[in-house]
Design a protein around this ligand. Sequence first.
Ligand code: GN1
Ligand code: MG
Length: 363
Amino acid sequence: MKTQQELAAIVGKFAIKGNIKEIKPLGNGLINDTFKVDTDGPEAYVLQRINNAIFQDVELLQHNIECVTRHIRAKLEAAGEADIDRKVLRFIPLKDSPKTYWTDGETYWRISVFIPDALTFEAVTPEYSYYAGKAFGRFEAQLADIPDTLGEPIPDFHNMELRARQLREAVAADKAGRMADPEVKALVGEIQKYEEEMTKAERLFREGKLPKRICHCDTKVNNMLFDKEGNVLCVIDLDTIMPSFVFSDFGDFLRTAANFVAEDDPDTSKVGFNMEIFKAFSKGYIESAKVFLTPIEKDMLPFAACLFPYMQCVRFFADYINGDTYYKIKYATHNMDRTRNQWALFQSALAKVPEMKAWIESL
Ligand code: GN1
Ligand code: MG
C-alpha cells in the first residue's frame, strides 16, 4: 500500500490543474486500485493503479482507451451534444510527455477527470436497466466505425474455450489442495456437463457465422455512471475494451443487474434471474443495437444471458482452486461463495431461456 505522500508524488507527475487537497479510496473494483483526488482547482480526478499482473501490456491498454475515448468524443461533438466531459472519460497526460500513464517500472498509474454529480449503482430497477441497455447498445454502435486497430489487453478474455481449459488446468494442478473437498469435485463435474453447449459461440465464429465487434467486456452494472435523473452519462472502466462477441456486454450486464442479489451473496436460495430486468434491458439494447445486430446475434441473446453467469462461475472457481491469485477476496472462501452464487444464477437463467426467446422475438 502506498502512503498519501507517495500517492501525491505520483499525481504530481500528471498535468493536473490545482493543488491536491485529499486522496481517498473510491469504488469497489476487483482488479485495479482506485482513488479520488480532490484539488483546490476546477476539477477532481480519479487516480488508478493499473493491475499490471493482469494487464501485462499497459501501453496497448492505454492505446485502446485513448482511441476509444477520442472516437466517442468526436461523435458527441459532431452530434452537437452538451456537457461532453460528463459523457466520455478524459485522461490526463504526463507533465513531460503526451503519455497517459506513468510507471516507476513496477507499478502503473493513470488519471482521469472525475465526473461530478454522477451516481453508480450495485443494483438497478427495470427502468434504469432499459436506459443501460440503450447506453451499451449505443456505445457499441459508436465504436462500430472506429478507424484505429484495437488490441486485446487480455488475450481471449471472454473466450469460453479458454476459460474451460483454465478450469481443467486448475483442477489438474490442484495447487491449493482444494480438490479434496467433495463439493468442489462434484461441482467440477456438473460444470463440465455444459461445456459443449457453452462453447458454441467460438465454434460459430470459426465457421464464419458470428462476428466480433468492439465491446466493453466489463459491463457490470457498477461500471456505468448515471445522472440524478436516471440518464446514463457514460460507461467507465474501459480496460477490457476489445473485439469480442456482443454477448459480452449484453451478458455481463445481466449477470450483475438481473441477479436478485450481489454476485458474492452466500445465500444461494436468494439468487435468481430477474426477467423484469432482462426484458427492460434487452428492449433498450435492441433499440440501439438494431442498426448493426445480425439475426444470429439477436437470436443468441438468451444464450448470452446464460453464458456469462456460467463463464464467471468457471473463472471464480478456477481462481478458488488455484488458491485465490486473481480476484481480490475479503475472506478465505469468498471465491467459493461467488462460484456457488454464479452457478445458481446460471441454473435460474437456463430455466428461463424459453421465456427469454419469446420476448426477444416479440421485439
Ligand atoms: C473484474 O475490475 P472489475 O471488478 O470491474 C473482472 C471482470 C469480472 C468481475 C467480476 C479484468 O471486474 O471480468 O467479471 O471482476 N475484470 C477483469 O466481478 O478480469
Ligand atoms: Mg469496475
